[in-house]
Design a protein around this ligand. Structure first.
Ligand SMILES: [Zn+2]
Length: 352
């Protein structure tokens, strides 16, 4: 599934892009900013696939057609798909210069060679020299028909304001954590207990309770935080009904996005534990490579009793859970089935 990998690390961004695609409301120029260029490149590639796919799905490119395959093969360093151009800083100067931009402009103004949409992707767009940026403004303001321009930057403040203001901004969240989130400790504990219990309904439901408690706590935490961030109370007496409704929608959307982000992060923590377990089963449990290093002994103990097939199915169960909650399958039901499957009590691929 397209956007699948992106939705693991950047669920909010993936959701926004998919919604824009579904509503055909994608801006012609987008600025991706955040602290990890890899996620932004992944998003750019998925977007390029989605707009050029020969049999697009509701949620993105098909990953199978000639166009999708050419785009997948073109990063890095770029070149296989004639309508998708990746621009990166020159290796010596670390700059994107005016020659590179002229080349891009030429491509953008041609007809798409494969009949789709021409996509120009500027990786580390903040390395654009000012003269080149200025020359590019007109194209940004009035992008040619059937074209899409993506600027990727970890330092968007370095871009000219005139460039920034012509793009729709999309902020990426922090990328994969370096160490387990302490707030997830009880869930990790419960998951280890479940895996060690060998088919215990009690352990499955105990863990379900722990996960529910965590998610309920997140719901309670998030709403006041977002309300404060939007400073809605300042406008409580504003009479403009339409404006108020708009702000309420904005608030609801941000609460939902933050909840999804938090929930996805929890699933990623569980995912990493099962990856660690698989690594231990395969005998590659070098302490440095484990994400949950502090659980090494427990993981080794479990691995000794587990078959490779089972370890793989555990991982597949978590990946399925990730898909299900992204697709808005009933959250509680999806969690319950996944935990029963992890305990060996539900058939593989129960909800798939
Ligand atoms: Zn395709």
């Amino acid at each position: 599934m397209s956007f699948k990998d992106l939705s693991k690390t950047q669920p909010a961004v993936a959701a926004v892009l998919q919604r824009s695609l579904a509503n055909q409301r994608l801006a012609h120029a987008l600025l991706f900013s955040g602290d990890g260029i890899e996620d932004m490149e992944l998003a750019a590639r998925e977007l390029a696939k989605a707009v050029n796919c020969e049999s697009p799905r509701k949620d993105g490119g098909c990953d199978r057609c000639e166009s999708c395959r050419k785009i997948d093969a073109s990063t890095p360093p770029g070149g296989l798909h004639p309508d998708v151009q990746w621009i990166r800083p020159e290796s010596k100067s670390r700059r994107i210069d005016i020659e590179q931009m002229r080349e891009l402009e030429k491509t953008l103004h041609l007809k798409p060679a494969l009949g789709g949409v021409k996509v120009g992707i500027l990786v580390e767009a903040d390395r654009l020299v000012h003269a080149a940026a200025n020359a590019f403004l007109k194209t940004l303001e009035e992008p040619p028909d059937r074209s899409l321009i993506l600027l990727l930057s970890t330092e968007p403040q370095q871009l000219l304001e005139t460039v920034r203001s012509r793009c729709q901004r999309l902020q990426f969240g922090a990328s994969t954590p370096r160490e387990p989130n302490p707030a997830h400790a009880a869930v990790v504990e419960g998951l280890l207990a479940l895996l060690g219990a060998g088919g215990s309904v009690l352990a499955a439901y105990r863990l379900l309770g722990v996960i529910r408690a965590f998610l309920d706590g997140e719901k309670k935490r998030i709403e006041p935080e977002i309300e404060q961030r939007l400073q809605l109370e300042r406008y409580r007496d504003v009479a403009d009904k339409e404006w108020k409704e708009k702000m309420e929608d904005e608030m609801a959307a941000q609460v939902e996005a933050e909840y999804r982000r938090s929930r996805a992060a929890l699933v990623v923590t569980m995912d990493w534990l099962l990856r660690d377990l698989l690594m231990c089963v395969q005998g590659g449990d070098g302490a440095k490579r484990l994400f949950h290093r502090d659980r090494r002994d427990a993981l080794r103990g479990l691995a000794a009793k587990l078959t490779l097939e089972r370890a793989l199915d555990n991982l597949a169960a978590i990946e399925d859970l990730h898909d299900q909650i992204e697709r808005n399958v009933n959250e509680s039901l999806a969690l319950e089935m996944t935990l029963l499957r992890l305990s060996g009590l539900a058939p593989a691929r129960a909800l798939a």
